[in-house]
Structure formats: C-alpha cells, structure tokens
Design a protein around this ligand. Structure first.
Ligand SMILES: CSCCC(=O)/C(O)=C/O
Ligand SMILES: [Fe+2]
Ligand code: NI
Length: 181
C-alpha cells in the first residue's frame, strides 16, 4: 500500500497529513507539481531481474512515456537484499539532492521511500509496485531503499547522460524517517 506523510520541515514530530488513498496522495503531490499515478503491472519480475528483461517487459509503457514527454534515456535499478553493494547503493541516494531534470520513476516491483522537500514541508512517499512518480527538476529530495532493498524501478531521463545529482549539503534527511525492511 502506497502512503504519503507530510511534515513541517522543522518538526518531524508533527504529522500534518497522511493517507494511503491514491487520489489523496496524487492531490497532495500535485500541489507541489509532482505527478503520481498508479499503473497496473503485469509482469512477475523479481528484484534483481536484469535491465534487459525489465525493459523488454515494459517496452510499451517506456515507449509511450518517451514519446509523450520527450525522455531520451532509460535505465533500470533492480536490487535485492542479497546485493553485495547494498549499503553503498543505499547511501548514494540518502542525502538531499536535486536534479536539473524531472525525476521519473516507475516501480515495477517492490518499494522505496521518496522524501520531497518543498513548500517548507517534507512529503514522504512510500512508492510501491505500480507507482509512477515524476518529481520536477530542482526539487530537493532523497530516497531510501532500506537496509534490505527489494525493488525494481525504471528511470527515465531527459538528459542523455542519465543520473546526475547535485547534493545540497543539507543534513535535513537525517531527521526524517528511514525505510525499515
Ligand atoms: C528509485 S530509483 C533510485 C533512486 C534515484 O534514482 C534517485 O534519483 C533518487 O533520488
Ligand atoms: Fe534523486
Ligand atoms: Ni533522484
């Protein structure tokens, strides 16, 4: 079940809003320019599946997104809890950063916790299988896959170089929730 939790950026003890209803999650995220949709996922790919197999299974969805929104590059993050570099990979996304382009992620399996910093608030979004999230360029955010990752996310970029992050050097992420798995 996908969930949103909204906090004031300075007060992690004061939960301003929470919901597990898709329409409510989408509404609140729409307020900060974030696209959130739930799509049906048909394949039974498991975390750890190869990039080639994931792209082949979702080629029609990828082509549609690329045509509609002009994305140029696609890749896949597919991680299971037995990955030998899981701690380093988790660390890579845990601090607040921005991208100069929209962050478009489609979860075809498993889950991950996005935290978006906008409008003096932090929007924690537990994304699960079937969720499409698109975070506008230059929105500060971080992502936690948890200590035992289990997810597959298709990433679309309008930058031919793929994933490029600009770290803000803010410690804010350390005060907010982590994913327990
Ligand atoms: C959910 S895909 C891996 C995380 C990622 O690409 C990113 O940019 C997190 O902020
Ligand atoms: Fe990011
Ligand atoms: Ni990102």
């Amino acid at each position: 079940m996908s969930i949103i939790r909204i906090y004031n950026e300075t007060d992690t003890t004061n939960l301003l809003f929470t919901s597990d209803r898709q329409s409510r999650i989408a509404e609140r995220l729409n307020d900060i320019g974030v696209r959130f949709e739930q799509w049906s996922t048909t394949s039974t790919l498991a975390p750890g599946a190869s990039q080639e197999d994931v792209i082949a299974a979702y080629q029609a969805d990828i082509d549609r997104l690329m045509q509609e929104d002009g994305y140029q590059t696609v890749d896949v993050v597919s991680l299971s809890a037995d990955h030998p570099q899981k701690a380093e990979l988790r660390q890579k996304f845990l601090s607040e950063h921005t991208h100069s382009e929209d962050e478009v992620r489609f979860f075809v399996a498993g889950e991950g916790l996005f935290s978006l910093h906008a409008d003096n608030k932090v929007f924690e979004v537990l994304c699960q299988q079937g969720d499409l999230i698109s975070v506008p360029a230059n929105t500060p955010h971080w992502f936690d896959m948890g200590p035992n990752p289990g997810f597959i996310a298709i990433r679309l970029f309008n930058n031919p170089d793929g994933w490029v992050a600009n770290f803000t050097d803010s410690p804010i992420a350390e005060r907010f929730n982590r994913l327990e798995n």
